[in-house]
Design a protein around this ligand. Structure first.
Ligand code: AMP
Ligand code: SF4
Length: 476
């Protein structure tokens, strides 16, 4: 059986709140502002200090939770999750938070990221007699905790986390304690905030703080395990931090523009990516336009640096889901068409610079170049504010498998011809790192750029295929 590594725990968002009345309601608001991180499923587990109450479902946060449902989730503590999976992995059992009952107490888990050694750990655990209920790697962690030789739950969690390889931001909730942890490279973001009356909040992105009335305090550190109880917050390192590797795609594409990651505002980072793009690849044109929504900030940056006016050349229909996850190519093409329209009044007779944040399979760019030409653009120059994506991501962002990545197969010149543009330029890796300008030292200043460079910050663990273990990187 071929294990599909990237089918699980992709592109998720987590939210946790401790010590606040109506925690479920606040988690609902928090998850709503993380909805862009996953639209396929959502869940909340609350605790009133005596028992956990879960509710999970498939669909958007507003579809999964009615007011009546939320009212049944009583308690002062809650964790929640929004989930985005590719075809195959989207079943209700895999929707999080996962909830485990045992004689020693209940445990709920929410995970953002992807574990690279989940399959080999699962194999070991099954050999020891563990029975898995889901295909999610998060369940592996629950089994590790259960089987750990340590006494206290905190030690058991620390022991289990130290055995994981990959990217994770974890929230664990028991009746009276919230545990929070990030992987030793700090691949996925997780921030800590506080409400005015002392409630503690954790979120994948800082954009969720405002809506629940919390103030940002700090980011959870790589290798850190926080234990939150009525007595306060305790911090320990379950593992020494490794070389910092915050995901570059969080800045480029994934996070909301109003979020801050390690002190860098995402909108500002994108604007700087656009400015850098102009420095690296200027071109004469009449208007600059961005692909809504993720590329607007970068397009504004390009326009500002070049002096060419920014115009709204493309409109997005908000009520169509993301094209990216449609299983077949035909459906994806149709998806792009339903999702975007070009404004004839803006682009007719004009030389247009079209800024987008990334090219994965090439579907979006091809379609948009065509839309702009059909609306009368005389030239279309495509500027991608990321380097070519030549390698798959094993850390929870769906950048597709290697054979589907157009930049793994073609040169920029070939892609330019393929998408029918007059010119196509990508940002360099150095340009991308300089533009994002993270406040850290070192060569890549603490950023993961593996999908662009092939230099993965963790070992790529062995995976089982047809009874044999392969190096993950050897598989396409
Ligand atoms: P493609 O059409 O396959 O080349 O995908 C590129 C488009 O998908 C760009 O417009 C991006 O904004 C968007 N995109 C990039 N990365 C992802 C991702 N991991 N998940 C969903 N959409 C993405
Ligand atoms: Fe992010 Fe790319 Fe690294 Fe994956 S490989 S974590 S998408 S930078």
């Amino acid at each position: 059986m071929l294990y599909e590594m990237k089918g699980l725990n992709e592109e998720c968002g987590v939210f946790g709140i401790f010590g606040q009345p109506e925690a479920a309601q606040l988690a609902y608001y928090g998850l709503h502002s993380l909805q862009h991180r996953g639209q396929e499923g959502a869940g909340i587990v609350t605790s009133d200090s005596t028992m956990l109450r879960p509710h999970r479902g498939q669909g958007l946060v507003t579809e999964v939770f009615s007011a009546e449902k939320l009212a049944t989730l009583s308690g002062h503590h809650a964790i929640g999750h929004v989930r985005y999976s590719t075809a195959g992995g989207n079943t209700l059992e895999n929707t999080q938070p996962l909830h485990f009952k045992s004689k020693t107490g209940d445990l709920a888990l929410a995970h953002n990221g992807n574990l690279v050694n989940a399959d080999s750990l699962k194999h070991l655990l099954e050999a020891e007699g563990a029975i898995f209920q889901t295909t999610s790697d998060t369940e592996v962690v629950a089994h590790l905790i259960k089987r750990s030789r340590y006494e206290s739950l905190e030690d058991r969690i620390a022991d289990s986390l130290a055995r994981l390889v990959g990217a994770f931001a974890f929230l664990f909730l028991t009746e009276d304690t919230l545990f929070v942890a990030v992987d030793p490279h700090g691949l996925r973001p997780l921030s800590l905030g506080r409400t005015p009356d002392g409630g503690i909040v954790f979120t994948s992105e800082t954009c969720a703080f405002d809506i629940v009335g919390a103030e940002y305090v700090r980011d959870v550190l790589p290798g850190e395990l926080l234990t939150v109880t009525e007595a306060g917050i305790q911090s320990r390192q379950y593992m020494e931090p490794r070389e910092r590797a915050m995901c570059s795609m969080e800045y480029i594409y994934f996070s909301r523009p109003d979020s801050m990651i390690d002190g860098v505002n995402v909108h500002t980072a994108r604007k700087n990516l656009g400015k850098k793009m102009f420095e690296e690849a200027p071109v004469e044109a009449d208007v600059v336009t961005g692909v809504p929504d993720s590329s607007i900030s970068a397009a504004i940056g390009y326009a500002e640096a070049s002096g060419i006016p920014y115009e709204m050349g493309l409109i997005k229909n908000r009520y169509v889901g993301r094209t990216f996850i449609q299983p077949s190519q035909e459906m994806r093409e149709r998806g792009v068409k339903m999702k975007l329209s070009a404004l004839r009044g803006v682009v007719n007779g004009k030389r247009v610079i079209m800024v987008d944040d990334s090219i994965v399979r090439g579907t979006t760019s091809r379609r948009i170049v065509k839309l702009l030409r059909e609306a009368g653009a005389t030239e279309v120059h495509v500027r991608i504010t990321a380097p070519p994506i030549t390698n798959p991501c094993f850390y929870g962002i769906d950048t597709s498998s290697k054979d589907e990545l157009i930049s793994a197969r073609m040169t920029p010149g070939e892609i330019c011809a393929e998408i029918g543009a007059d010119s196509l330029e990508f940002l360099t890796v150095e340009g991308m790192v300089t533009a994002i300008d993270r406040p850290f030292e070192g060569e890549l200043r603490g950023q993961c750029a593996a999908c662009f460079t092939g230099n993965y910050p963790t070992p790529l663990h062995e995976q089982e295929q047809d009874g044999e273990f392969l190096k993950l990187g050897e598989r396409t």
